[in-house]
Design a protein around this ligand. Structure first.
Ligand code: SAH
Length: 261
């Protein structure tokens, strides 16, 4: 019996229905697949049943990585490392399908890192990732709702996002204290061009610094009250940050870059 380590966010999936839902979310057959945080290998065996071309797993825990080696031998390629230190763009020549049931803080960090680092070519075909429900709700939030914010704006910039399902604590062992959600991400064909994605982080940080205040102050701070931009983007400065659509934020960042180039 494997003892779960809290420090590595180890909650292992035990519900076969959910495992089926996860592997049915993306077309695995004959594709290169990356699984992050395979743990005891339950999801790994479900993925293998779907006949991927190649499966590479990335597991930080040395003991679990050894265990996977014994269980799966040559059927998978194991990288015993921290996902935050792996250059996933170099793992495959062709686009990969990515599954991740990671500790929740790492899911968000890794997703932001991937989005910020994507150049013109996507290295993945799609991502199937688990989040705590509250974070998933923020990722997929529509504008004019209280969950809408920086995470929604950054994640939706280059990716289409769909919720596959919510998952109750009982699907895991040990049981986490909170509900989870499974999200599916795939590349957008068209998105507003932003030269330096750090500007997307900066502009949204300043706008959402005080999410209950009107847009006037952050707008003036970033754009010096530039009336031309207000007219062009048709923005009412009496609104609050959550009332501006995704597209408006991307256009604002683009204007911010124009002012500086
Ligand atoms: N996917 C498995 C395990 C989920 S638990 C299942 O569904 O049953 C999360 C897993 O991520 C654990 O195996 C943990 O050791 C691993 N992990 C935690 N932090 C990691 C990191 N930074 N990089 C890679 N793996 C990590």
């Amino acid at each position: 019996m494997i003892k779960a380590k809290k420090s590595l966010g180890q909650n292992f999936l035990i519900d076969n229905n959910i495992l089926d839902k996860i592997v049915n979310a993306a077309p695995i057959e004959n594709k290169n697949v990356i699984e992050i945080g395979p743990g005891t290998g339950k999801l790994t065996s479900f993925i293998l049943k779907k006949k991927p071309k190649k499966l590479t797993v990335i597991e930080k825990d040395n003991y679990l990585a050894k265990n996977l080696e014994n269980d799966f031998k040559k059927k998978i390629n194991i990288i015993n490392d921290d996902i935050l230190d792996v250059d996933e763009t170099k793992l495959f020549k062709e686009k990969a399908i990515v599954f991740g049931n990671l500790p929740y803080n790492i899911s968000t960090e890794i997703l932001s890192k991937w989005i910020i680092n994507i150049k013109d070519n996507f290295w993945f075909e799609c991502l199937v990732l688990m989040f705590q429900k509250e974070v998933a709700d923020r990722i997929i939030a529509e504008f004019n709702t209280s969950s809408y914010g920086r995470l929604s704006i950054i994640c939706n910039w280059k990716l289409n996002i769909k919720k596959i399902c919510d998952i109750k604590p009982e699907a895991f062992s040990p049981k986490p204290k909170i509900d989870s959600s499974l999200l599916f991400f795939y590349p957008k064909k068209n998105f507003v061009k932003i030269k330096d994605p750090n500007n997307l982080e900066k502009v949204t940080r300043i706008f959402f610094n005080q999410r209950r205040k009107m847009l006037k102050k952050p707008f003036n701070q970033l754009f010096n009250g530039d009336q031309r931009i207000l007219n062009k983007l048709k923005i009412d400065l009496n609104l609050r940050p959550q009332n501006l659509s995704l597209e408006k934020y991307y256009e604002l960042v683009s204007e911010y870059e124009n002012l500086r180039s």
